[in-house]
Design a protein. Structure first.
Length: 166
C-alpha cells in the first residue's frame, strides 16, 4: 500500500475503509461501502434492525464465463425480516444500482438480534412515604460521595421492590 503524501488531512474512516475493504471482500464477499451505505439502500428504520453479513456466489461447474448473481445474506430481527421479505424486489433494485450491475439476485434472511442498543430500563416503583429519608440517614456516614450515592440508589430500589411485592 503506497503512502499518500498530501497537505490535506485524510479522514481516519477513509484509511480504515481502505484497509478493511480487501479483507471484507475476501472473507464476506462484500465491501465496506455496502455496509456503510446500508441505511441509504434499505432506509433508516430497516437499517437499524438489519445488517448485511456476506455475499455468497454460486459455484461454477465449468469455465464458460456465464455470470450468475450472488445471494446477499442479511441478519435481522423478526419484524425487519417481514419488511425485507415484502420489499425484496425493491431492495434488490437498490442494491444492484449501488453496485452498478446486477450482481445480487437473491436475499437470504438470517434472524438474529442486530441492535446494539440496550433494552429500555423500566422506571423504579414509587417508594413508601419516608423511605427515601430513611435510606439517606443510613448512608450519610459514608465518606465517599460516589459510594454513598450508589448505596442510596440500591437502598431505594430494595425498599421500592419490597413495597411493590407488598
Amino acid at each position: 500500500m503506497a503512502v499518500r503524501k498530501s497537505s490535506h488531512p485524510v479522514p481516519v474512516s477513509d484509511l480504515v475503509a481502505g484497509l478493511l475493504d480487501p479483507v471484507m471482500r475476501r472473507r464476506a464477499g462484500i465491501s465496506v461501502g455496502l455496509v456503510q451505505s446500508w441505511e441509504e439502500i434499505v432506509g433508516p428504520q430497516l437499517a437499524a434492525r438489519s445488517r448485511p453479513l456476506k455475499v455468497t456466489w454460486p459455484s461454477r461447474a465449468d469455465d464458460r464465463g456465464t455470470f450468475e448473481p450472488g445471494t446477499l445474506i442479511v441478519a435481522c430481527d423478526g419484524l425487519a425480516a417481514l419488511h425485507i421479505q415484502h420489499q425484496t424486489s425493491e431492495i434488490l433494485g437498490r442494491l444492484n444500482a449501488f453496485l452498478g450491475f446486477s450482481g445480487i439476485g437473491r436475499i437470504r434472511i438470517v434472524q438474529k438480534p442486530v441492535s446494539q442498543q440496550p433494552p429500555p430500563r423500566r422506571a423504579p416503583p414509587p417508594l413508601p412515604p419516608g423511605a427515601a429519608e430513611a435510606v439517606g440517614r443510613r448512608v450519610s456516614s459514608v465518606e465517599d460521595d460516589a459510594l454513598r450515592a450508589s448505596l442510596e440508589r440500591l437502598g431505594r430500589s430494595v425498599l421500592a421492590e419490597k413495597a411493590r411485592k407488598g
